[in-house]
Write a protein of this length. Structure first.
Length: 425
């Protein structure tokens, strides 16, 4: 393949930075079904805050053999010969993989696929998904034969939302292809933009599995310290103090307890578990870790209620403030936020709950979680929960928000002054 014309499908946290980087060297079409998103990007605006707007402006102005154009028209995809799919792969209400965005993208690409084209998937999936689920859709809609007329690759995304240090080009990239020749083409393609280098996996399944276990491993490690937090709470000792003490040994891994949400860690283990169960194996460690982590929001809410009761607060009608709703600090990403569990539990106890987050999009939060964020903190509260450690929150005068001197402060991130708080994870 001498001349590479790339189309990146899905312009979210993963697709947009990828499209910008490739456009510095190749002609790239950034495709998204959301017309509003395309219009926003053409105005050099990015609600995800992942893109370097200077770089975006530069590649939009390039013409000819390099540069970036945005579109929501399927017809525009026909000029591409390399398609990189970066659509979401969420879970449904039953915590089962929801492949609909991936399969719809595959069906769409099947209609424009030509002989010699390569489809590379970056969306996180379970091992086997590319060849067993996506390829048949591509074949059915294109009339072409896999590994004869068209080819596939898989290179799992490793974007860390909000991280301005470990950016796309600085994170080593795993690559793979549907045969040895395609694997080399895919590897060289990514090597042309990834300064940290690449790792060519021996098969697509291996590459898929590598992504699944990256996040499952982190999830299990966090679930261990979350379980310790539950145990130490009953003992009346501080988990952070214990971790700091244990961390004086050179080989102790200092994971911290907390809420586990987001598009990866709170989701990917269910993809791995789904595949394992389809093969007749019921994973023990992975799912037990998920259960612990999924219940931490409820634990925080119940702990706050107990602290309030101990200080003589009337629970019904009390006013609570939750600081932060995004899944991580200094980032607008609200996907799979576990802060919502705290909100839901507190409201069920009869509290009136305000949520404040200067990074989150009010419209998205209302649509996704039916929570109306407040624009400013103007009230006084009986309980304050720091749920996300945004930099802005470290400078808030918490005492100025107290309804009484007995206002409860709970710190889920162990980042506030201990003299100010009544409890923390």
């Amino acid at each position: 393949m001498d001349s590479k014309h790339i189309a990146v499908i899905g312009l979210g946290y993963v697709g947009l930075p990828l499209a910008i980087e490739f456009a510095k060297q190749y002609p790239v079409l950034g495709f998204d079904i959301d017309d509003e998103r395309v219009e926003q990007l053409n105005r050099v605006e990015d609600r995800t805050k992942e893109a370097d707007l200077g770089s975006l402006r530069n590649v939009l102005e390039l013409d000819g053999i390099r540069g970036l154009k945005f579109s929501s028209s399927v017809d525009d995809l026909k000029l591409a010969n390399i398609f990189i799919v970066t659509v979401p792969t969420p879970i449904d209400q039953f915590k089962a993989p929801n492949l609909q965005p991936l399969l719809k993208a595959s069906a769409m690409l099947g209609k424009v696929l030509k002989r010699g084209d390569i489809v590379i998937y970056e969306s996180t999936v379970y091992p086997g998904c590319t060849e067993e689920d996506c390829v048949p859709v591509l074949e059915a809609h294109s009339g072409l034969i896999f590994n004869k007329d068209f080819f596939c690759g898989y290179s799992p995304e490793r974007i860390n939302p909000g991280d301005k240090v470990n950016t796309l080009t600085k994170i080593k990239k795993v690559t793979s292809g549907s045969n040895a020749e395609i694997a080399e083409i895919v590897d060289q393609l990514y090597l042309s933009i990834i300064t940290a280098g690449t790792h060519k996996a021996p098969s697509i399944k291996v590459a898929e599995a590598s992504k699944a276990i990256e996040n499952a491993q982190r999830d299990v490690n966090i679930s261990f310290v979350n379980e310790l937090a539950l145990i130490f709470d009953k003992m009346g000792i501080d988990t952070t103090d214990v971790i700091e003490a244990a961390g004086t040994k050179w080989n102790f891994l200092k994971y911290k307890p907390g809420l586990v949400g987001g598009h990866c860690i709170g989701v990917d283990p269910y993809y791995l578990a789904h595949k394992a169960e389809s093969l007749g194996y019921h994973p023990q460690v992975i799912l037990s870790g998920r259960r612990v982590n999924d219940n931490m929001g409820m634990f925080v809410a119940n702990k706050v209620i107990k602290l309030m009761i101990n200080k003589g607060h009337k629970i019904q009608g009390a006013k609570a403030l939750i600081l932060g709703v995004t899944f991580k600090e200094d980032c607008p990403d609200i996907r799979n936020s576990k802060v919502v569990d705290i909100y839901t539990e507190l409201t069920q106890f009869g509290l009136r709950v305000d949520v404040f987050d200067p990074h989150a999009d009010h419209k998205e939060v209302a649509q996704e979680y039916n929570i109306q964020l407040i624009n400013e903190i103007e009230d006084r509260y009986d309980a304050i929960i720091l749920a996300v450690c945004h930099n802005e929150f470290l400078n808030i005068d918490l005492k100025g928000l107290f309804h009484t001197t007995d206002t409860i402060v709970f710190d889920t991130k162990a980042c506030l002054d201990r003299d100010l708080i009544d409890g923390r994870l």
